[in-house]
Every structure is written in structure tokens, then in C-alpha cells.
Design a protein around this ligand. Structure first.
Ligand code: GDP
Ligand code: ZN
Length: 458
């Protein structure tokens, strides 16, 4: 229910410059007023909206001062949730923040569930569902391109496009229903309405065509590093990590000892898997290692096939290349530092595949490798102009595909002269699937699933 007031810590756990306790709901100001005393000026409840007040948090039960803070009221509807919101900026120690939260809970607030602030923003019409999901994507963005896409979606670019398509369908439905209800006055539905349907279908197809790029931005590009032992696969991974260390260290969940690492290559978040690592960790179960390597290759968007330029191409390299042929592939000639400008056979081996000579040891050629990756990600995907909306979530893609099915059925029926009331059924269904994206027709369980992905406090 929406009437109660929720509270949570909105900043990450641990020590920081500040820690924020956030309250939202009709009692937010009243609850905060019980525990916050402004240093000077009017009572807290009489504060101007969106204005920081300096003061202290005091436990009313003991009179003890818990922390010196800055507190701010953001009055409905001009707040994140469109309810009254109070944010209390504490000193960033975990204890101060926890005690302020505890006081808020003791004085009438309820601990927020994961994503509940954003869910309220959605339920109160501040954000639609695609925008609410974009909040999470902005938080989790791992590359500048991914961030730009998420921010665009948060600003409503995808929602706007969906609404445009929806409006086309609504117009056609209105025309069909008018002709069904008042056949005398309105007559047949004009051919122009069919054109509108076709236009809507084109727009849906255009959006669907952005999925591949959007998925890469959201999930990251999966890259498998393959090659025979000692060509330098692990060294390559480490060299790339060294180069990106500053960025990588900010990504939670990456640890030094995994064989999968996330890093930026050519501006794209990439998940690199050292397939030799797979084998090395399964020494006694060599066959499992091989099976896992095959699986990693199968799932990869891109394979880096590493060869050792100092030994030259060996039969085993040929054999591995055969195995990964058909994948999107870059041939990486490593240890160029040992061979200088000598002829290496790399070009003949790589054939039509893009190739790059590097030295993992000296860090040479890594920029060129990143450039090749970028070309491959962007290659042949010029369907989208910069800033146009794109699909980054499987949920959106699935809904649009269903929408497309119904549009195809409606258009085919129309072309065959099938009566309007049957066409209308497909159009209603198509609209429902559009509504799933923006949340207009989303069911409760879908909302639960989406918002449970969020952390508490967001
Ligand atoms: P992997 O088995 O393919 O993972 O290969 P490693 O990364 O473990 O490297 C095998 C050996 O090659 C190690 O002794 C590395 O120091 C060496 N090595 C890796 N990259 C280079 C390089 O660019 N130049 C030189 N000279 N040696 C390298
Ligand atoms: Zn290795």
C-alpha cells in the first residue's frame, strides 16, 4: 500500500564522505521532524522545499545527539517518488547512518523493500516502467556507451517511441470501431489506415533491429581467448586489465582469481574469458576443461585466437582455428617483441580474419586490438542514429516481437478483406504488448520481478 512511509539508506554500505537516509511518504516530514532539530530558523516541517537545513539528529527517547546532518525536504509531487521525500545527509560512517535509519523506523517509518522508491515513482506516474528499468541500467552501466543508452531511456526516448507507435494503433482502432458502430455514416475504413499500420510495423521492426547493439551495451561483449598453451593468453588478459585497472577496480564482483574479467575495450564493456584458465583449474578433469572451453567459445560474441609469433604457426594453431572457424574472430599474434619486423606468417594464417600483432609483455598493439573490437561491435550495425532509442532488455525485445506478430496478423487479415472486428482483436493485443514495455498493462508479478532486481534504498 502506498499510504505508509518508507525509509532506507540510499548510499552504498561502508565508509564514505556522506551517507544518506531517505524517507518517502505522507508522514516523511512528520517523522523527520521528531528526530531532526535545525540549528536555527523555522521548524523543520516549515522548511522550504528543496532546501538543505543544517542541524542535529537527536534520539527523543534519550536526548542523545546521534549525528550532525544536513536535511532536506522535497515536497510532493516534485520529488523522486512524487511523494513527500526527506533526505538526511549524515556523516558517512556506517554506524551514524544505521542509527539515523533506526530512529526513523522507530518513529513510524517502515524499512523500504528493494527498489521500492523507484516502484513508487512508477506507481505515481513519475516514471514509466522502461524509465524505471533505466534507473537500474544507469547505476549498473559499465561503459560510456552503455551509460548513454541508459540515460536516453531514463529520459524517455524509448517510451516516447513506444507511445508514437501506440498512438498510430489507437488511431487505426478508432477508425475501425467507428466504421463498425456507424457503418452508414462512416462507411468503409480508408486505405490510409492500413498505411498507418504498415508504418507502425516498420517502426517496430526498426526498434527490434537495435536489440543486438543494445544487448551488447547492457550485458557486455562476451569474448573468449583461445590458443594453445604458452602463446600468452593469460598475459594478454592481464595486460588488458593493467591498462584498464582504474576502471575495472570500480566494478563490483570482479576478483583477481576468476578466469572471467570485465573491462573496457574500445569503450565497450567486455567480459573476457581465458579459456586456458578453464582447463588449468580442472587439471585432473581435462575433458571437463575442454568441454567448458567449447561452451565458452559457443557463447562468445567474439573470439580472440592467440598465436605465438616467436614460434611461428604450428599445426595445433591450425587445428584450433578450424575449431573456432565460423565465429566472429580476431587473430592475435603475440610476442611481437621477440620477432621484430621479421616475416611471421601471421597474414597467411589469418587469411580473411582481422589480425593484430601485439606484445602482451610490453603492452604493444593493445590499442589497435581495442580498435578492431570496436569496429566489430559497430560493424554493420549502422541502423541506429546516435541518440535514437535502442532495446537493451530481453523483456522489451520479447514484448515487441509479440507486438510484431499481431501487427503482421492484422495487416495480413486486412489485405485479405477479413472483417474489421477480427482485425481489431489483433490490434488490441499488439497494443497490450507495447503497454508491457511502458508499464501501462504490466501485471503485478512482472513489477515484482523488475523491482526486486534493485537494491534497497533505490
Ligand atoms: P598461456 O598459456 O597462453 O596463458 O600463456 P601465458 O600468458 O602463461 O604466457 C606463456 C609465457 O609466454 C610466459 O612465460 C610469458 O611470460 C610469456 N609471454 C607472454 N606474452 C609475451 C610477450 O608478449 N612477449 C614475450 N617475450 N613473452 C611473453
Ligand atoms: Zn594461461
Amino acid at each position: 500500500m502506498l499510504a505508509d512511509t518508507i525509509a532506507a539508506v540510499a548510499t552504498p554500505p561502508g565508509e564514505g564522505g556522506i551517507g544518506i537516509v531517505r524517507l518517502s511518504g505522507s508522514e516523511a516530514v512528520a517523522i523527520a521532524s521528531k528526530i531532526f532539530q535545525p540549528r536555527r530558523g523555522p521548524d523543520f516541517a516549515a522548511s522550504r522545499s528543496h532546501t538543505l537545513r543544517l542541524g542535529v539528529i537527536v534520539d527523543p527517547a534519550t536526548g542523545e545527539t546521534v549525528d550532525e546532518v544536513l536535511a532536506c525536504i522535497m515536497r510532493a509531487p516534485r520529488s523522486y517518488t512524487a511523494e513527500d521525500v526527506v533526505e538526511i545527509n549524515c556523516h558517512g560512517g556506517p554506524l551514524a547512518v544505521a542509527r539515523v535509519l533506526q530512529l526513523a523506523l522507530r518513529h513510524g517509518a517502515r524499512l523500504a523493500e528493494p527498489g521500492e522508491f523507484t516502484r513508487r515513482a512508477f506507481l505515481n506516474g513519475r516514471l514509466d516502467l522502461a524509465q524505471a528499468e533505466a534507473v537500474l541500467d544507469v547505476i549498473r552501466a559499465r561503459s560510456s556507451q552503455g551509460l548513454a543508452a541508459a540515460v536516453g531511456q531514463l529520459q524517455g526516448k524509448l517510451s516516447q517511441k513506444i507511445t508514437e507507435i501506440n498512438d498510430l494503433l489507437t488511431g487505426v482502432l478508432a477508425a475501425i470501431e467507428a466504421s463498425l458502430d456507424f457503418p452508414e455514416e462512416v462507411g468503409e475504413v480508408s486505405a490510409g489506415e492500413l498505411d498507418k499500420l504498415r508504418q507502425a510495423r516498420e517502426e517496430v521492426k526498426k526498434l527490434l533491429a537495435t536489440w543486438e547493439e543494445g544487448r551488447l551495451l547492457n550485458e557486455g561483449l562476451k569474448i573468449a581467448i583461445v590458443g594453445r598453451p604458452n602463446v600468452g593468453k593469460s598475459s594478454l588478459l592481464n595486460a588488458l586489465l593493467r591498462q584498464e585497472r582504474a576502471i575495472v577496480s570500480q566494478i563490483p564482483g570482479t576478483t583477481r582469481d576468476t578466469i572471467e574479467e570485465t573491462l573496457l575495450l574500445g569503450g565497450f564493456a567486455c567480459r573476457l574469458i581465458d579459456t586456458a584458465g578453464l582447463r588449468e583449474t580442472a587439471d585432473t578433469l581435462e575433458s571437463i576443461g575442454v568441454a567448458r572451453t567449447r561452451q565458452a567459445v559457443k557463447e562468445a560474441d567474439l573470439v580472440l585466437m592467440v598465436v605465438d609469433l616467436s614460434t611461428g604457426i604450428l599445426p595445433e594453431d591450425e587445428r584450433i582455428l578450424e575449431e573456432v572457424a565460423g565465429k566472429t574472430l580476431i587473430v592475435v599474434g603475440n610476442k611481437v617483441d621477440l620477432v621484430g619486423e621479421k616475416k611471421t606468417g601471421l597474414a597467411a594464417f589469418a587469411g580473411l580474419y582481422p589480425r593484430v600483432a601485439i606484445s602482451a609483455r610490453e603492452g604493444r598493439g593493445l590499442d589497435e586490438l581495442a580498435q578492431r573490437v570496436k569496429e566489430i561491435v559497430l560493424g554493420g550495425k549502422a541502423v541506429r542514429r546516435r541518440g535514437d532509442p535502442l532495446l537493451t532488455r530481453a523483456r522489451h525485445r520479447d514484448a515487441l516481437e509479440k507486438c510484431l506478430e499481431h501487427l503482421n496478423a492484422a495487416i495480413a487479415a486486412w489485405e485479405e478483406g477479413i472483417p474489421g472486428d477480427l482485425i481489431a482483436i489483433d490490434l488490441w493485443a499488439a497494443r497490450d504488448f507495447l503497454g508491457e514495455i511502458t508499464g501501462a498493462t504490466a501485471r503485478e508479478d512482472l513489477l515484482d520481478r523488475i523491482f526486486s532486481d534493485f537494491c534497497i534504498g533505490k
